[in-house]
Design a protein around this ligand. Structure first.
Ligand SMILES: Cc1cc2nc3c(=O)[nH]c(=O)nc-3n(C[C@H](O)[C@H](O)[C@H](O)COP(=O)(O)OP(=O)(O)OC[C@H]3O[C@@H](n4cnc5c(N)ncnc54)[C@H](O)[C@@H]3O)c2cc1C
Length: 333
């Protein structure tokens, strides 16, 4: 028998989906000591802490997606700080161990049917794994000729835009691009928006209407049917050449181009996702390993969907893979 630490459940990623799995497992009676949460960053809900602008409320029906709660957790509209506090309280109260600043680099199925999960520091044995890493680690990058110096001022969100970066170019035509452009405008930046299309067909009315209003008043300068071809740093400015041969200068660029699922990372740790229709979670190529939350969503998720996803996947693992709570038999299998 292996001497490795044994956990009934290993959760990778401490965002809403991972926290939902943890909360559901505790409610089913699992000993917190048998649940391990591994988080790549230094904090719970890191993506939300890092990517949501401070003035943006957490919306229950984000992008118009209204779902009925299918598990213990569900939110209404609230501030970003209240949401983060609530998630921290759930984890603190649960007494589950969280290992911060750890990255999983391998998951393998053992001959006895259990799973071995290895981080950069240690390996663990478990009966089920929940991959809840979201999709923000694979933000789409600006495809353009960009010199090394300019890269330091091209961001995929507005977190690092300082008041000194007066002229900002936002690139993209979705809701994030619209929200970033309007927030920056309200923070008194001079904002330009470049989009390769002309109509904002991928945007919610709640964003496209106020955005059009800003554009019609010339408060946000809109460059439709443009694509950035190259970016060259000149002092504190970035000289941007568009494919239509126009050139403009900005202090910073926000490339709000959406995200891809981090399938390369999953492949590197030995996992392929299997999609079965419209489920909000997915069992992977390794039985007992589930993808939950945004990483399992083909059309972009929400917090309440991530909560439901964690609850439903935990129930499936409970039905097929997990020991009955409080069983002492895990170590003797
Ligand atoms: C700007 C913005 C605004 C949004 N506003 C709303 C809103 O108002 N309301 C709403 O319902 N939804 C909103 N969403 C969507 C919502 O945030 C997501 O659907 C939700 O956070 C998904 O939860 P998750 O747990 O799947 O992933 P995430 O929240 O992305 O959490 C993933 C966690 O895993 C960690 N992680 C990543 N990679 C690894 C790894 N390799 N190993 C270990 N840990 C890892 C991350 O650090 C993070 O803590 C917004 C999204 C964005 C980008």
């Amino acid at each position: 028998m292996s001497d490795l630490p044994i956990h009934e459940i290993v959760i990778i990623g401490a965002g809403p989906a991972g926290i939902s799995v943890a909360a559901e497992a505790i409610a089913k009676g699992y000993d917190p000591e048998k649940i391990l949460l591994i988080e790549k960053s230094h904090e719970i809900t890191h993506m939300i802490a890092a990517k949501y602008p401070e003035e943006k409320p957490v919306l229950a029906n984000y992008k118009g997606k209204q779902v009925k709660a299918e598990g213990l957790l569900s939110i209404g509209d609230m501030s970003k700080s209240s949401f983060i506090q609530l998630m921290n309280k759930i984890i603190l109260d649960s007494k589950i161990e969280v290992q911060f600043n750890r990255t999983v680099n391998k998951i393998v199925k053992l001959k006895n049917g259990q799973l071995q999960v290895c981080t950069d520091l240690e390996c663990y044995i478990t009966n089920s794994v929940f991959i809840a890493i979201g999709s923000m680690s694979a933000s789409r990058k600006l495809i353009a000729n960009v010199d090394v110096e300019s890269r330091k001022r091209i961001f995929d969100d507005i977190q690092n835009i300082t008041p000194e970066m007066k002229d900002v170019l936002v690139v993209g035509g979705g809701d994030s691009a619209a929200e970033y452009a309007m927030i920056l405008k309200n923070r008194n930046h001079h904002v330009s928006l470049s989009y390769r299309g002309s109509e904002f067909t991928r945007m919610l009315d709640a964003n496209s209407k106020p955005l059009q209003d800003f554009i019609s008043k010339n408060e946000i300068i809109y460059y439709p049917k443009t694509e950035v071809e190259s970016v060259v740093s000149k002092g504190d400015l970035l000289k941007v050449s568009f494919t239509n041969r126009e050139q403009k200068s900005f202090h910073a660029i926000v490339a709000a181009l959406g995200t891809d699922r981090p399938i390369n990372y999953l492949a590197s740790i030995g996992i392929q996702l299997c999609y079965q229709g419209l489920e909000i979670y997915s069992e992977s190529s390794l039985p007992g390993v589930f993808a939950v939350g945004d990483i399992a969503s083909s059309s972009g998720g929400t917090i309440n969907i991530a909560f439901n996803s964690g609850a439903k996947a935990l129930q499936e693992a409970y039905d097929y893979y997990l020991e009955t709570p409080n069983s002492e038999q895990l170590s003797s299998r």
